[in-house]
Design a protein around this ligand. Structure first.
Ligand code: ZN
Ligand code: CU
Length: 487
């Protein structure tokens, strides 16, 4: 293989499609994969003998809140240490643009930034900032419905007026023209909870003009989960766009086991429309602190508190007794704050992870003081714990759920598979060693078993440390070829 920059020899190649792994060498020239085959030789500037380790497409994190961290901490160690090479931002209705603020944003927008200046008035400005100071990973950005509401409405506790819907539609259209990929909603959250289905449909109609998609943190993930799925599918059918059910779960003890009815219902709907799900491999969720979620959880741990930062990492019950107050008063005293809620059943998590249309998405919260371990552990946990140790599905299927399925869902061109001509986003890992190290007690810890990670042909992570290179790109939607992205 003359002229390649790098040849990775002696790998077990998992190409991302779900097909069986095969022994192969892979050559990289510039930012692309230039050849794949047996015995590519040694004629390259850099030789890597993989010693039989697995080589896979770089993982795509389907569900992130990395909008601001990619600029604030562009090394992105929390993700590249797991083999993640691209992140989908703007989930749950929360996006960094298009927003103009004069004061602290309302929860849950404060999960990505607490200051008005953390937000961008347009996606052009956001993509320009990424160009100017590139992160280590690629970024695919969605437009958040709650961000649009904060920008367009004076009172969030009602459905939008016709004039406000028009303002949101034109801001959404401009955002998609400027390279945003799709549209997300967070109907469970206060800034969007009062929005009618019709309000979302009016916005989804604009998304359809761009052949985009709608991802949703549904109105209800507990008692009303079936109604919420029906609403989600209705919006998808009306607008004729694919839908993504974010972090599918059955939250709250009375709802444990409901994945036995949600998944067959989703399966049936798949006959008529495009649906994918994302899921993180843990029985606890994490978001802003609120009394309703505390009530439905078996226990709650504080992730951050602006007023009482010293309580990050502690159980809410212990905090209340230390303060000598009841739970409701403790919640009040800690606000604004975020929390980790133990509210799911292991059987539901396993069933949802195993569903063929389920992608892996971390939902990690990178700005939290004491984050949920999903931020540092999601991908190695699926590969090492759920695939290898528990045997939920094969390694190739685990990789498909974090690569090609995700690239197809979000229309990410030339990524998510290892094939000649595709971008050289790659992860080299040891299938026997890979495992998450982050725990609920010690959540900030790089995983074990990741040997090297390449983004656009450059090595960003090697043997337990970042190389410091930042070859990531803001991946803008291409105007003319719907559901395709170019760098
Ligand atoms: Zn969410
Ligand atoms: Cu989320």
């Amino acid at each position: 293989m003359a002229g390649a920059d790098i040849i990775i020899r002696n790998t077990q190649l998992i190409d991302g499609t779900g097909g069986p792994m095969t022994a192969a060498d892979v050559a990289i020239t510039g930012d692309r994969i230039s050849a794949i085959g047996p015995n590519l030789g040694t004629d390259a500037a850099e030789q890597i003998d993989a010693g039989g380790l697995a080589l896979a497409p770089g993982f795509i994190d389907a569900h992130t809140h990395d909008d601001r961290i990619v600029l604030a901490d562009p090394g992105m160690a929390c993700k590249i240490s797991q083999g993640v090479t691209s992140v989908v931002t703007g989930n749950c209705g929360i996006s960094i643009a298009p927003v103009r603020l004069s004061e602290r944003p309302p929860a849950p927008l404060d999960l990505i930034g607490q200051e008005p200046k953390a937000f961008f008035a347009t996606f052009s400005e956001y993509f320009a900032a990424l160009d100017q100071s590139p992160p280590a990973v690629n970024v695919i950005a969605q437009v958040g419905h709650s961000s649009l509401r904060v920008m367009a409405m004076s009172d969030l506790n009602r459905t939008a007026t016709a004039a406000e819907i028009e303002t949101m539609r034109s801001a959404l259209r401009q955002s998609l023209e400027q390279g945003a990929a799709g549209f997300s909603t967070g109907l469970a959250y206060q800034p969007a909870h009062e929005a009618s289905t019709e309000e979302i449909e009016a916005l989804a109609e604009v998304v359809a003009e761009f052949k985009g998609f709608h991802s949703t943190h549904m109105r209800d993930e507990g008692a009303g989960v079936m109604d919420s799925l029906a609403e989600t599918f209705r919006i998808g059918r009306t607008a004729e766009i694919p839908v993504i059910v974010s972090h599918h779960k059955c939250a709250g003890i009375p709802n444990h086991g409901k994945s036995e009815i949600t998944l067959p219902y989703i399966e049936k709907a798949l006959a008529n429309q495009r649906i994918t799900l994302d899921c993180y491999p843990y029985v606890a969720s994490s978001t802003v602190l609120d009394p309703y979620r505390v009530q439905e959880a078996s226990n709650t741990v504080i992730a951050w508190s602006t007023t009482r930062p010293e309580f990050a990492g502690q159980d809410l019950t212990d905090i209340a007794s230390e303060m000598g107050v009841d739970i409701a008063q403790a919640i009040e005293a800690l606000q604004p704050a975020g929390a980790i809620y133990f509210n799911m059943h292991e059987d539901d998590v396993r069933r949802i992870l195993s569903f063929p249309q389920t992608m892996i998405g971390s939902d990690g919260l990178p700005h939290d003081e004491h984050p949920h371990p999903r931020l540092w552990g999601t991908f190695p946990r699926v590969l090492g714990h759920y695939s290898r140790d528990v045997g939920l599905f094969g390694l190739e299927e685990a990789v498909r759920k974090m690569t090609s399925l995700t690239a197809q869902t979000f229309g990410i061109k030339d990524r998510g598979v290892v094939a000649e001509g595709c971008f050289a986003d790659l992860v080299l890992f040891d299938p026997k060693e890979i495992i998450d190290s982050a725990t609920f007690a010690e959540p900030v810890k790089p995983a074990a078993g990741i040997s090297r990670v390449f983004v656009n042909g450059s090595c960003v992570w090697q043997e337990g440390a970042a190389t410091g290179l930042r070859p990531g790109r803001g991946l803008q939607r291409q105007g003319l070829t719907p559901l395709n992205f170019a760098a």
